[in-house]
Design a protein around this ligand. Structure first.
Ligand SMILES: [Cu+2]
Length: 232
C-alpha cells in the first residue's frame, strides 16, 4: 500500500535517467549494446553480492549460532577466495571478450564505410576517404546507418577522447598516432558525440553530432555536401 505509490513515482524518473542523447544505457547499435549489457550484468552482480552480504550480516546479528559450523579460517577462504576468484575470472573473461568485439575482432560483418576523425582544441574534423580525398566536415560526422563504420581517430594537438555514447565505446585521440574504433547505428538518426578526455578550457564545448543516413542516400548526401563547399 505504502510502497506502490513511491515505486510508481520513482520508477519513471529512474528509467528516464537511462535515456537521452549521451546515455550509454540507451544504445542505438550493437557496440553500444555490448557495453550496456556489461553495465547491466555488473549492476546485477553487484546487487547479488550486496544482498548476500546483507543476508549474512543479518544472520550473524539475529542467529549468532549460524556461522559456527565453519571455522573463522573457513569463512575467510570461502569469502575471500571461493567467492571472488570465479566471479572476477568470469567478469574479466566476459569484459575482455566484449572489448575485443568492440575493436572489431571475431566479426565477419564487412565494413560499410571508413571515416577519419581528428580532434583539435576544441573541435572535431571529419574526413571521408571513401568519398573523396578532400571531402571533410566539421562538428558533424555523416555515416551510413545499418552497417559497420570504421573510424580512424587522431589528434592535432593534445590527447582527446572520441565518444558517441549511444553508438560505441570511447577511444583516445592521440597526436601522431591513429586509433581505430568501430561504430554502428542500427537506424538513421542523429546521435550526440563528445570529447571524453579533459583537454583544456574549451573541453566542455567539444561536442559533435553524428548523422546516420539510410545507406542508399549516404553517398548522395556526402556528394551534395562536397558540392556545397566551393559555394560557401
Ligand atoms: Cu576534451
Amino acid at each position: 500500500m505504502f510502497h506502490r505509490p513511491i515505486l510508481a513515482s520513482v520508477a519513471p524518473l529512474i528509467l528516464a535517467s537511462c535515456s537521452g542523447d549521451l546515455s550509454a544505457l540507451d544504445p542505438a547499435g550493437p557496440y553500444a549494446g555490448a557495453i550496456a549489457d556489461l553495465w547491466w550484468i555488473m549492476l546485477a552482480g553487484a546487487m547479488a553480492i550486496l544482498t548476500l552480504v546483507i543476508v549474512l550480516f543479518g544472520l550473524v546479528l539475529f542467529r549468532p549460532d549460524f556461522g559456527r559450523s565453519l571455522s573463522a579460517k573457513g569463512w575467510m577462504i570461502a569469502g575471500g577466495l571461493f567467492l571472488p576468484v570465479p566471479v572476477l575470472i568470469a567478469l574479466m573473461t566476459y569484459g575482455m571478450a566484449q572489448g575485443e568485439y568492440l575493436i572489431g575482432a571475431w566479426q565477419n560483418e564487412p565494413v560499410m564505410a571508413r571515416v577519419e576523425a581528428r580532434g583539435a582544441m576544441w573541435r572535431w574534423d571529419f574526413r571521408y576517404p571513401d568519398i573523396g580525398a578532400d571531402m571533410s566536415t566539421t562538428e558533424t560526422l555523416h555515416i551510413p546507418a545499418g552497417g559497420v563504420v570504421e573510424v580512424r581517430v587522431t589528434s592535432a594537438d593534445v590527447v582527446h577522447s572520441f565518444w558517441i555514447p549511444r553508438l560505441a565505446g570511447k577511444i583516445d585521440a592521440v597526436p601522431g598516432h591513429e586509433t581505430v574504433l568501430r561504430i554502428k547505428a542500427d537506424v538513421p538518426g542523429r546521435y550526440a558525440g563528445i570529447c571524453a578526455e579533459y583537454c583544456g578550457a574549451g573541453h566542455a564545448g567539444m561536442r559533435f553530432t553524428v548523422e546516420a543516413h539510410a545507406p542508399e542516400t549516404y553517398r548522395q548526401k556526402l556528394n551534395a555536401l562536397t558540392a556545397e563547399v566551393p559555394a560557401s
